[in-house]
Design a binder for this molecule. Structure first.
Ligand SMILES: CCCCCCCCCCCCCC(=O)SCCNC(=O)CCNC(=O)[C@H](O)C(C)(C)COP(=O)(O)OP(=O)(O)OC[C@H]1O[C@@H](n2cnc3c(N)ncnc32)[C@H](O)[C@@H]1OP(=O)(O)O
Length: 444
């Protein structure tokens, strides 16, 4: 039995909505909405890469999509406390929840600020649907600016995330309307491509990855019903297996400061050039994603970034973000600390021309680096550390005792055809520990 059954379930649901089995068996003709959209057919053999349909801003309606008369559109202003609280409440109560309603994602204002307000964000891309009579928010979808490079080709794009329809209004075709409306609003800004991820199978993934979990506080994960005790093992053995040192041992590792930014930007750009799907960050964007709100104290920060500096040179960096669960109805614990690996880069492989040797160097370095990330995460109260099988993660997963999860994450490009890009899985969709992915972008 898997170590983190309940985490699995939540992550799976986070990505998929509630319809995986039904959806998985669907054929193209059954996708009533998606078959009308500019996305590749399921199993389409892609020979030529690029946009599917060519449009200009002049082709786009300036009128919002019509809604049933009970509902109205709302641009949500996340700088406004009331709007932000409404988004928080909608996501908290409806986004993803386990079967017993025991755990809920704890989206703090700090998290929403970071996730939804990168440089160049537009409040009209924070699209809400309200009930006209009560003003209650019942639907949401968010677009954020994110230019991409797909196999080195620049693609002007947005990322779409946090689609959510109130539980009581599910299966009423509101999601397609939210998607069409955010598409229209993004198109009006001259952007016709998007990147999004989901656990649910839609036409058609450009890449497929899997979640991996590294228990940090196994005892607590077990106490709250997250981790199950495998047969023939004692609790003490499980706790011992996952126990980490309290102090790291990597020399010259420290929290990143703004003065490091230029070097971090250069290092990441070089490191990521090997991937086939990356976000093409502006300097301001990367500063936002890695440094977040630098005025926050360390215990309030959402994103945590660390560098290794030797003789004034940044040789490596890593980052992770925190998105805890609230635990309901548990006498002993009210929160579960969860970290997600974010961007990292290392110069370990740069000077080695033999690719096998370069990979061995990188494997060693990343194992050291992410091993430190686990120890730091522990000191920040994290109980489990998650990552997907993308970037070069497959190199360190086994050595650092990450367990393969049940949750699959599909990556999609809207209005863009691309041949499949490896998400680090083998043909059976299990982590391919001998090979690394070609996906460099990390989605929240
Ligand atoms: C250029 C700019 C382009 C911008 C747009 C780019 C595209 C962005 C696309 C969005 C990327 C979002 C990325 C994330 O945020 S992934 C996170 C998804 N959110 C959740 O899991 C939260 C909990 N679930 C819900 O709130 C609802 O179940 C949602 C809102 C997911 C569906 O609501 P509901 O359950 O009430 O269903 P319906 O009757 O209204 O609609 C049914 C139709 O919707 C298709 N469906 C179901 N789930 C998803 C899904 N996750 N992505 C895309 N499509 C999805 C489904 O196949 C069917 O179409 P078809 O099978 O008939 O064809």
């Amino acid at each position: 039995m898997s170590q983190n059954k309940a985490i699995e379930e939540l992550l799976k649901k986070l990505a998929e909505g509630a319809q995986l089995n039904e959806q998985q068996q669907k054929q193209m003709k059954d996708y009533k909405f998606w078959k009308t959209q500019p996305v590749p057919d399921l199993n389409e053999k892609i020979t030529e890469e690029g946009p599917i349909e060519q449009k200009t801003v002049a082709d786009i309606s300036i009128q919002p999509y019509p809604l049933l008369k009970e509902f109205e559109w709302a641009d949500l202003d996340l700088n406004n406390v009331e709007d932000r609280d409404e988004v928080f409440k909608l996501l908290y109560e409806n986004y993803v929840e386990d079967a017993d309603s025991t755990f809920r994602f704890k989206y703090s204002s700090e998290f929403l600020d970071w996730a939804l307000k990168p440089p160049g964000y537009k409040k009209e891309w924070h699209v809400g649907v309200r009930v006209k009579a009560s003003g209650r928010l019942i639907g949401f979808i968010a677009g954020t600016p994110a230019d991409l490079q797909v196999r080195s080709k620049p693609v002007k794009a947005v990322e779409i995330n946090f689609i959510c329809v109130h539980k009581k209004l599910r299966s009423k075709r509101l999601a397609p309307i939210l998607i069409k409306e955010v598409t229209r609003r993004v198109n009006l800004q001259g952007i016709f491509q998007a990147l999004y991820t989901a656990g649910v199978v839609l036409p058609s993934p450009v890449s497929v990855a899997r979640y991996n979990h590294r228990p940090i506080n196994w005892g607590k994960l077990h106490d709250v019903g997250f981790s199950y005790l495998p047969d023939n093992v004692t609790k003490t053995q499980m706790i011992a297996k996952y126990t980490l040192r309290n102090e790291g041992k990597l020399k010259n590792l420290r929290r990143a400061e703004l003065k490091d930014f230029d070097q971090v930007f250069t290092l990441l750009t070089k490191f990521q050039s090997k991937y086939e799907l990356i976000q093409d960050f502006t300097r301001d964007e990367l500063k936002h994603w890695l440094f977040g709100d630098n005025t926050l104290s360390n215990d309030k920060k959402v994103v945590h970034t660390f560098v290794v500096e030797e003789n004034d040179r940044i040789t490596d960096f890593f980052s992770f973000y925190l998105l805890p669960f609230t635990i309901l109805d548990n006498p002993a614990h009210n929160e579960l600390g969860i970290a997600y690996l974010f961007y990292y880069a290392s110069d370990a492989e740069f000077d080695e021309s033999d690719s096998a040797k370069a990979q061995a160097l990188l494997k060693k370095r990343l194992t050291d680096l992410i091993g430190e990330a686990l120890i730091i995460a522990k000191s920040l109260g994290v109980d489990v550390f998650n990552c997907v099988s993308c970037q070069d993660n497959n190199l360190f997963l086994q050595d650092l005792k990450f367990g393969e999860g049940d949750g699959i994450l599909n990556y999609y490009l809207f209005n863009y055809k691309s041949r499949i890009i490896s998400g680090g899985l083998d043909d059976d969709k299990h982590v391919d520990y001998g090979n690394v992915s070609k996906v460099g972008v990390v989605m929240l």
